[in-house]
Design a protein around this ligand. Structure first.
Ligand code: SF4
Ligand code: SF4
Length: 167
């Protein structure tokens, strides 16, 4: 009986020696995530550089963890941040509160807030867990301009772009 148990134990050891390792040598090797993985948020821009966020705070209202703070200010055509009347002059997400449910993304009428694949969120002080508008905003695409920008009068009066029906 002892010999059988010993052989079984040795077989288990031998088998695990032949298996491929499952350990990732992070941070040199990063584990790929699924397409629908919800990581750190990003605030999106249009191609011309205008910010998609219009400061409506629907994301904050939808957030079950009370993790988002939005304060809106008025746009004007000499210094425009986003289409429409208002933009988010303050936008903060407290990552210590966030549970990455994605409700903010679902609630946003302009598809401004998106949970992307970045999971490298580490901080040593509570203050560092507050991700500000500047930290969350995407960089300007090639050919676009940074905000605020001067635009022709009346060119961007609609806060929510005309949506097309899905095919
Ligand atoms: S992912 Fe969920 S918990 Fe996190 S900010 Fe958005 S709504 Fe709030
Ligand atoms: S991210 Fe979307 S829902 Fe939140 S304030 Fe901006 S436009 Fe409104």
């Amino acid at each position: 009986m002892f010999a059988v148990d010993l052989a079984r134990g040795m077989w288990t050891t031998l088998r695990s020696m032949l298996e491929r390792p499952v350990t990732y040598q992070y941070p040199e090797v990063k584990r790929p995530v699924r397409e629908r993985f919800r990581g750190r948020h990003a605030l999106k821009r249009y191609e011309n550089g205008l910010e998609k966020c219009i400061g409506c705070a629907l994301c904050a209202a939808a957030c079950p963890a009370d993790a988002i703070f939005v304060e809106a200010s008025e746009n004007n055509d000499a210094a425009r941040y986003s289409p429409g009347e208002r933009y988010a002059s303050t936008y903060e997400i407290n990552m210590l509160r966030c549970i990455f449910c994605g409700y903010c993304e679902d609630a946003c009428p302009t598809e401004a807030i998106v949970l992307e694949h970045n999971y490298e969120l580490s901080f040593t002080q509570r203050r560092q867990a507050l991700y500000t508008r500047e930290m969350l905003l995407d960089s300007v695409a090639a050919g676009g301009q940074p905000t605020p920008m001067a635009v022709p009068p009346g060119a961007f009066n609609r806060a929510i772009p005309e949506m097309k029906n899905p095919d």
